[in-house]
Design a protein around this ligand. Structure first.
Ligand code: F6R
Length: 369
């Protein structure tokens, strides 16, 4: 049942190109428009939405953080992403013009379920992004967009995360489409680019051997830090979460711009720091800033593990280890940038003799608050 792999997690990492492609299947028509018929919230209602609130936990929360960048850019609707466990306890402002998006692989996460119940009580419309047919969260929502990752068995989420991202991009683009935002032309081209992402993920998977080798050399480390910016920031958080869960190591993700506001004090000789570098094309200002961050931490002795777009020559000289990913549009980069971090955490866990599919203290679905 593990299809020849030692662990479900390895199998599920390998299934990601298909999971990404499957989640797009039947959702783009021949003209390149989105047809999200399952989203039964009428276009007239979606056009009235004046705020989007995303609620989720753990890895799904990281997908939601990335969705915020896409939704605000493509639709110009204010969007906030909140941990489901915090949401209802702070008396959030919700009304009939609020669209709440609840993201959950299992569809049974109690924190997320309680958040969406609270949202509906306040009159908000709830759209679920979920991987499990007929589970509680989609049943209690106004509409659901299913991710087509297939069953995810390993406790640490991998393919579900990538498909959550795809679903979030689809929702963002769909909102842009029905509202006719000024990014209309961009929306068409992004839909095309999104269709190529399965192949891009495949390419990343083919180049993972050096990442595995590197991970094995770090098995006796205590701490690994992760830095990112823009959509690379949630990717850094996800990389750190995977490492905590699987390798039981102290792993922390930071927004690279925050480095000088405190975390840089942690940098010491030979500390591994993974940096997710934005494309040098799109957000070139951010790219240059992160290159300076890498120089700063390296000057203080950090061992820099740099995930950067292929052909990014500016960053290469400062990378002790360079992990190249394909050229993608900025907002879609998390689909390829996350994959090396999954492989890294899985290999480190194996090197440390941990149970990859069943990390200690964790359950696949968390049905208590
Ligand atoms: C991380 C992980 C958890 C889940 C979180 C939400 O690898 O698996 O952080 O992402 O418990 O679970 P779902 O998506 O089922 O609501």
């Amino acid at each position: 049942e593990k299809g020849g792999y030692d662990y479900f997690m390895l199998k599920e990492i390998a299934e990601q190109p298909k999971a990404v492609a499957d989640t797009l299947l039947g959702r783009i028509d021949v003209a390149g428009n989105l047809t999200l018929d399952e989203v039964r919230i009428p276009a007239s209602v979606l056009r009235e939405v004046d705020k989007v609130v995303i609620v989720a936990c753990g890895t799904a929360y990281h997908a939601g953080m990335i969705a915020k960048y896409a939704i605000e850019h493509w639709t110009r609707i204010p969007c906030e992403t909140e941990l489901a466990s915090e949401f209802r306890y702070r008396d959030p402002i919700l009304d009939r013009r609020t669209l709440v998006i609840a993201i959950s692989q299992s569809g049974e996460t109690m924190d997320t379920l309680m958040a969406l119940r609270h949202a509906r009580e306040q009159g908000a419309k709830v759209l679920a992004i979920c991987n499990t047919n007929g589970s509680t969260i989609p049943r209690e929502s106004d509409a659901v967009l299913y991710t087509h990752a297939g069953p995810e068995v390993a406790v640490a989420s991998t393919k579900a995360f990538l498909t959550q991202l795809v679903a979030c991009y689809l929702v963002a683009l769909y909102l842009g489409q029905v509202r006719g935002t000024k990014w209309g032309d961009e929306i068409q081209s992004v839909i095309r680019e999104l269709s190529e992402m399965g192949t891009q993920v495949e390419q990343v998977l083919e180049t993972m051997e050096p990442v595995r080798e590197l991970a094995r050399t770090l098995a006796d480390k205590n701490t690994v830090l992760f830095l990112g910016r823009h959509v690379g920031y949630p990717v850094a958080l996800e990389g750190a979460l995977k490492l905590k869960e699987l390798a039981y190591m102290h792993a922390e993700g930071f927004a690279a711009g925050e480095l000088k506001h405190g975390p840089i004090a942690l940098i010491e000789e030979d500390l591994p720091v993974v940096v997710v570098v934005p494309s040098p094309r799109g957000r070139s200002v951010l790219h240059d800033k992160i290159v300076s961050n890498i120089q700063e931490i390296r000057a203080r002795g950090a061992r820099t593990i740099v995930i950067a777009e292929r052909g990014d020559e500016a960053v290469a000289p400062y990378a002790d280890h360079l992990i190249e990913i394909p050229v993608t549009p900025t907002l879609l980069q998390p689909l390829v940038a996350t994959v090396p971090l999954q492989v890294f955490a899985c290999e480190l866990a194996t090197a440390r003799g941990n149970e990859v599919d069943q990390p200690r203290n964790l359950a696949k679905s968390v049905t208590v608050e």
